[in-house]
Design a protein around this ligand. Structure first.
Ligand code: CO
Length: 205
């Protein structure tokens, strides 16, 4: 991994502004008019999974919330506020849960060692482990088991989104929210659509 001098980012920023303006002089005038993002994305805070970069999205396209291991907790006012604003104010209809193989948060929950404050957050993933204990135990290779846990965690967070009052109210008012379960793979750089991989159509809208 490179060790960039922090101030280099400010230089990078100036270069980026120059390059953007050389392509489109009105880029920032358009941007300040307001946002109409295509989707809400919940991802992991991990520095290696930057959704905007990996998905090639432009500014204004993704409304993003990130936390350790892309968890939807019903007591997390931060995510719930982001989701409410995205759905009710911005009119976002597509919600992506974007996990990643090799997730340190998922691994820490699986290993179940004491890590202090973060254990309270990881308890959300320990619930996923408990719900899927039999399936996880049936995977012999530990690395594959962790990969499966990453996938199950994404799918469980989709279920958690469906339990929120925001989702239920949207559906009751006839708004068709679409939920996507995606996993980023460090090995290939590719993002895997779990719905396609496992042909899960009815359970995720
Ligand atoms: Co992670």
């Amino acid at each position: 991994m490179c060790s960039t001098d922090i101030n280099q980012y400010l230089e990078n920023n100036k270069n980026w502004v120059n390059s953007v303006l050389s392509n489109d002089k009105e880029y920032f005038d358009d941007l300040k008019e307001g946002q109409h993002p295509k989707a809400l994305l919940l991802g992991c805070s991990d520095s290696r999974v930057s959704p905007s970069m990996v998905l090639g999205s432009e500014l204004g396209e993704l409304f993003i919330h990130r936390n350790i291991a892309n968890v939807v907790s019903h007591t997390d006012l931060n995510f719930l506020s982001v989701m409410q604003f995205a759905v009710e104010n911005l009119g976002v209809k597509d919600i992506i849960v974007y996990g990643h193989y090799g997730c340190g948060g998922v691994k820490a929950a699986y290993e179940n060692n004491a890590n202090g404050l973060i254990d309270n957050w990881l308890a959300n993933i320990k619930d996923v482990i408990r719900h899927h204990k039999a399936e996880l135990n049936s995977v012999v290779d530990e690395n594959e088991r962790l990969n499966r846990l990453v996938e199950l965690n994404v799918l469980e967070q989709i279920e958690n989104i469906k339990q929120t009052s925001i989702y239920r109210q949207a559906i009751e008012s006839g708004i068709k929210l679409k939920l996507y379960a995606w996993v980023f793979d460090f090995n290939t750089g590719l993002v895997i659509d779990l719905k396609k991989k496992y042909k899960i159509t009815p359970s995720i809208t």
